[in-house]
Write a protein that binds this ligand. Structure first.
Ligand SMILES: [Zn+2]
Length: 488
């Protein structure tokens, strides 16, 4: 049997853990930042799990999960509670994690995303609130063999977004994750930074025969720390399971780890070894009741989300799909763009989009700026586009000026300082044209002899003399006027 043909279809569901962008931890007032802090400096009796320490709920964390639920069209629970998830591990000082079991903050929802230009929708099972664990450091102990524990991350607010098994390919899984991360960044719920571990993904994948003759067991893949790893691991696992099924080999319900260097998954534990977490309601925290007025307040405060903003840029401003997608990738970039075009017409909007997408973002990339930052502010970009539209700067000069803009200086002032303003006066352009004609008798002879194309060489020579400050049309006009006089 051919394992790669359409005999089988793939079923994928993703579980995402996202760290919430709060400044303090979930149940205490310790700082939630841990990346740069010295080990075990952001800790207190609560997040150290000392006996008798009482947790206090972080209101912003609860609201952030609810806001995420609203952005994902979830049903928000009117009644919810926290539960203890019991297990023993060195990075979990309490011996349990405060999480949510049967009454999560958010239930059934949906996420719409793009795959190759087609809209796809996948269900969201639930979104719940929990806390992160500490971290084990394996290679820094003095004896060279012991592991160290850093509890700065212990108690950092975490939300788990469980997706329905609606995804049908590794590509879809990747696009789903991209769209989810974009929404979390838009609403300020999480940095979504995968490299720093603020956005982590576990993937469930199984296969089934199209004719219903075979339904494979669910395999969970862990240790996926980049979008690329998610797609590669799922592709590897899809092929492995199809080949096993085609060969009549047995597949197990199991957890497998992704090994990035070898590009393979390896079995970590089977169903028989699955944990029993003995969940029970957290006795130290009251149940949560969502007030309708609070819910309405949070709903009203949600920003416009990327798909709607993208559509608006395309339909109202006439932007090409690709430009609209790039401009709405990050909320701050879309905000700056809207600032730039405020009060201007659609033609200006398209021109500004073009400058930002091609030149300003290009400069940001070459300077290694974070993806939500631009090297120029809105007034500077508006000034750049206006100066070109008004003919004060040629497009070529504007491209040269762009990387030389520093601080709050406007591009037009930079151009003036560098003597790069457009030559709008006819005399200067005519003088440059005359110089080019005097210096290139061969080209002039060719032109006068009937080779009209020779004027191109003269245009180039004149442009050089103006330092790119005259428009090609003005230069051509000046040259033709002189040459026509020479003819007669
Ligand atoms: Zn603490």
């Amino acid at each position: 049997m051919d394992a790669t043909a359409t005999t089988y279809r793939t079923v994928i569901g993703l579980e995402v853990h996202a760290q919430l962008a709060t400044s303090s931890k979930m149940y205490c007032r310790c700082s939630a930042s841990y990346a740069d802090a010295a080990p075990n400096t952001h800790v207190c009796p609560v997040c150290l799990g000392l006996p008798g320490a009482m947790p206090v709920m972080n209101r912003l964390a609860v609201e952030t999960v609810v806001r995420t639920g609203l952005a994902l069209n979830c049903e928000v629970a009117s009644d919810s509670k926290m539960d203890r998830k019991n297990y023993v591990y060195p990075d979990l000082p309490k011996g349990y994690q405060i999480s949510q079991y049967d009454l999560p903050l958010c239930g059934k929802g949906a996420l719409t995303f793009d795959v190759g230009g087609e809209a796809r929708t996948a269900g969201i099972t639930r979104v719940h609130l929990e806390e992160d664990t500490g971290r084990l450091v394996h290679d820094q102990a003095a004896d060279g063999v012991s592991s160290l524990v850093d509890l700065n991350r212990s108690g950092v607010p975490l939300m788990e977004i469980v997706g329905d098994p609606d995804l049908e390919s590794p590509e879809e899984a990747r696009e789903y994750l991209t769209a989810l991360r974009q929404i979390l960044r838009y609403i300020g719920a999480s940095s979504g930074n995968m490299e720093e571990g603020a956005f982590r993904c576990d993937a469930n994948i199984s296969i089934r025969a199209n004719d219903g003759s075979f339904i494979g067991p669910k395999v969970e893949i862990k240790n996926l720390n980049s979008f690329r790893a998610v797609e590669r691991a799922l592709r590897y696992e899809e092929v492995r399971q199809r080949e096993a099924a085609a060969n009549g080999d047995e597949l197990f319900q199991e957890t497998r780890g992704w090994i990035d260097t070898s590009g393979t998954t390896v079995s970590q534990r089977t169903k028989e070894q699955a944990h029993d977490y003995r969940y029970f309601p957290e006795p130290d925290l009251p149940p949560l009741r969502m007030q309708p007025a609070d819910l309405e307040r949070l709903r009203q405060a949600l920003p416009e989300l990327p798909p709607s903003r993208r559509r608006r840029f395309i339909e109202d401003l006439g932007l090409p799909d690709a430009d609209a997608a790039v401009l709405t990738n990050e909320r701050t970039i879309a905000d700056i763009y809207e600032d730039v075009i405020a009060g201007n017409d659609a033609g200006f909007a398209r021109s500004a989009a073009n400058w930002i997408v091609n030149d300003v973002l290009g400069l940001a990339r070459s300077r290694g700026l974070p993806q939500d930052q631009l090297p120029l502010n809105a007034s500077q970009i508006r000034n750049l586009v206006e100066s070109v539209e008004d003919g004060k700067l040629t497009a070529r000069v504007a491209k040269d000026v762009l990387p030389r803009v520093e601080g709050d200086e406007l591009p037009i002032d930079v151009a003036e300082r560098l003597n790069l303003l457009s030559m709008n006066d006819e005399d200067s352009v005519t003088t440059a044209a005359q110089e080019a004609i005097d210096a290139n008798p061969d080209a002039v002879a060719d032109y006068l002899g009937g080779k009209k194309a020779a004027v191109g060489r003269l245009i180039g020579e004149t442009m050089k003399r103006t330092g790119g400050r005259a428009t090609p049309d003005a230069v051509r006009g000046a040259l033709i006027a002189i040459l026509d006089k020479m003819k007669t």
